[in-house]
Design a protein around this ligand. Structure first.
Ligand SMILES: [Mg+2]
Length: 371
């Protein structure tokens, strides 16, 4: 799927997304999940192609034809696979979708969610120049988004923040570093303390916790961890080591709804605000994010935004829309709450594989790319 505009972070620029989807059929129901992975191993170690391999050769055989009570048990059945969280999440989440449909519940309610409307923030990649950035910030504020997140990297940080703050003194503003700094940059982050940022997301090493604890001790601005927290155990470590004051929970990064809920519960217990991060998902991943964001600990605006922000045409209907209050109304129908546009998915599909069990349940994986 081609992005409406290129998206640049400290890790590079994306022009399109190879979207890998998982469709599970069981008992006449059909559930969908999305592998929210990048094409390169630059966010975590996974890529679209490692996910295809791990799903095909390991995860699907662990689930296919089994009697599985629901998403939580599916997660347990795949527990022996180390890492590959995004591949596991797609399959587990598709089964959560089926479980919710079977119980006649919206997926958020199935997960224990209580919110009917979720707060949304906008995330802006690195822009060509300051004027473009200021215009985009203005557009997002006027569209109602409740906070604006700017991607920064060394050489593109404090001057940019200073200018944005000058133009927008009162907005909820935060930055995401995508692990592009070192503890030796502590003075720069101390200087950022003056700009009243909501948080500084993932400043240091992508799998580091200790250095984040050392940095947090020197800052007033809360650190929020993203890349470093890939399971509930690491979330516990980060909380106990005071490596962050805010948690970004991403379904793919932590391996699916079961673990995301555990991380959420740890945050609630520790009184740590959480929010839902994004991975430039298609509508399917976006719908799962909306469901997860209904859990009561998701108190800060997430990266869950309108379909039209990234795509000319999304693969679900209705498309996700953001209200003028900067919120998304959570769908009330059973399962994901959106209809997957099967014909459009087929049109975009370049690779497809299907497995069938003797019990007549089946699992399909499709990979789509527009080039
Ligand atoms: Mg991030």
């Amino acid at each position: 799927m081609s992005l409406k505009a290129p998206y640049e972070t400290s890790a590079g620029t994306e022009w399109d997304r190879r979207v890998l989807l998982v469709q599970v059929m069981s008992e006449g129901l059909c559930g969908w999940g999305e592998v929210t992975v990048d094409q390169t191993p630059s966010f975590t170690s996974e890529t679209t192609d490692t996910a295809w391999h791990i799903l095909s050769d390991f995860l699907v055989p662990m689930i296919l034809g089994k009697t599985v009570s629901g998403g939580e048990e599916a997660g347990r059945l795949m527990h022996s696979v180390r890492g590959h969280e995004m591949a596991r999440a797609a399959l587990e989440n598709a089964i959560w979708d089926i479980e919710a449909q079977r119980n006649g519940l919206p997926l958020g309610v199935q997960l224990g969610g209580t919110l009917c409307e979720i707060p949304c923030g906008a995330a802006l990649g690195i822009q060509q120049n300051l004027d473009t950035l200021l215009n985009k910030v203005r557009d997002d504020v006027e569209a109602g988004y409740q906070r604006v997140k700017l991607k920064i990297k060394p050489g593109h940080d404090i001057q940019v923040i200073r200018q944005v703050r000058r133009a927008f003194p009162d907005i909820n503003l935060m930055v995401d570093c995508n692990s592009s700094y070192l503890l030796a940059h502590a003075a720069l982050f101390q200087a950022l303390d003056d700009f009243g940022l909501m948080m500084i997301e993932q400043p240091l090493w992508w799998d580091g916790i200790l250095d984040h604890a050392k940095l947090q001790a020197q800052l007033r601005t809360p650190i929020c961890l993203d890349e470093s927290v890939r399971n509930a155990h690491l979330a516990q470590e980060a909380i106990e080591m005071k490596a962050c004051k805010i948690m970004n929970i991403k379904l793919g990064r932590v391996g699916g709804h079961s673990t995301a809920r555990k991380v959420h519960d740890l945050c609630v217990e520790a009184n740590m605000p959480a929010w839902c991060g994004g991975m430039l998902e298609s509508g399917i991943g976006r719908a799962h994010n909306i469901a997860m964001s209904t859990l009561p600990g998701f108190v800060l605006p997430g990266d869950v935004s309108a379909s039209q922000r990234y795509w000319d045409e999304d693969i679900i209907e209705p498309e996700v829309e953001v209200t003028s209050r900067g919120t998304i109304d959570v769908p009330r129908s059973a399962g994901l709450g959106y209809t997957v546009r099967q014909e459009l998915v087929e049109k975009l599909t370049v690779r497809h594989r299907q497995w069938k069990s003797s019990l007549q349940s089946s699992i399909g994986a499709v990979g789509a790319v527009v080039s």
